[in-house]
Design a protein around this ligand. Structure first.
Ligand SMILES: Nc1ncnc2c1ncn2[C@@H]1O[C@H](COP(=O)(O)OP(=O)(O)OP(=O)(O)O)[C@@H](O)[C@H]1O
Ligand SMILES: [Mg+2]
Length: 260
């Protein structure tokens, strides 16, 4: 069953066609890769899919686990997020002056379900929700291996762990589909290998659909079930890692680089 359907989407900035007539979909529970050289339009696609940019052309729709449909066109990013669509950014966007746990809780409060009255008078409903937030934050931190660092400032974490916290935070919003923009960027090979295991496990535990952008070919080829390849804003290939590695158009787009 498809959870994401983006049909013929384009994004034009002034005279520049950053994304040109791209059609992509995701099945529930899939782990998808979106690859392509620098400036190919990958992040722009994520921005359209998460409501940050309104596509110049095309249609984007999501279906959540309760079979509700959301068609996004001029829908604000927070509304897309509430529908169970979450993301991380190419550059880390943590609250550096907050602790690991606080970063999680801030993210979860975007989905607040209690009233101002409850917050002021600390009604049972409010306390319960706070307790639930706390427990589920701890659970995700445990799964991510960051629970022992929950009281550390985000800025004190090593770089690789900051990236992991970003993913943990994206899941904390109750996401069903998660877009990860270069989650392994800046990681060393050991951290990258660990990250691949973590993403697979989180996907299973939280029943996620994951779409990720990554330049590390070994990482993408080992992790993703299906891959889309973008070049100069145009989709040039789609298929399994094996198909992608052997696709002449892909090899040409990556001329001089090793597709592992
Ligand atoms: N807000 C914007 N205004 C104008 N041009 C933009 C904007 N965002 C992106 N672009 C342009 O669109 C093209 C695609 O950019 P995008 O960031 O989507 O590429 P990318 O595939 O994510 O590249 P990278 O691998 O370097 O992150 C680039 O030419 C970029 O300069
Ligand atoms: Mg990018």
């Amino acid at each position: 069953m498809k959870v994401l359907n983006a049909e013929h989407i384009s994004m034009i900035f002034g005279g520049l066609i950053a994304v040109n007539d791209v059609t992509i979909y995701a099945n529930r529970g899939e782990l998808l890769g979106l690859i392509g050289p620098n400036g190919a339009g990958k992040t722009t696609i994520f921005n359209m899919l998460t409501g940050v940019y309104v596509p110049t052309h095309g249609k984007i729709s999501f279906e959540n686990a309760r079979n509700n449909q959301l068609t996004i066109n001029k829908v604000k990013p927070y509304k897309v997020a509430r529908f169970g669509v979450s993301r991380t950014f190419q550059n880390i966007r943590l609250f550096k002056e907050l602790t690991v746990l606080e970063n999680m809780l801030v993210s979860m409060h975007k989905n607040i379900g209690y009233s101002i009255f409850g917050a002021i008078f600390r009604t049972n409903g409010f306390l319960k929700t706070e307790q639930e937030f706390y427990e589920s934050a701890i659970k995700i931190l445990e799964a991510t291996g960051l629970d022992t660092k929950k009281d550390e400032l985000a800025s004190n974490l090593p770089y690789g762990e900051q990236r992991k916290l970003e993913i943990a935070r994206a899941i904390a919003t109750g996401a069903e589909i998660v877009f990860l923009d270069e989650p392994a960027a800046g990681m060393n090979p050991a951290e990258t290998a660990e990250l691949a295991v973590l993403i697979k496990r989180l996907k299973e535990d939280y029943k996620l659909t994951v779409v990720l952008i990554e330049h590390d070919m070994r990482f993408v080829m080992n992790l993703c079930e299906r891959i889309y390849v973008l070049d100069f804003g145009v989709l040039i290939a789609e298929g399994t890692p094996h198909e992608i590695k052997n696709d002449p158009k892909v090899i040409k787009a990556y001329l001089g680089e090793e597709l592992q």
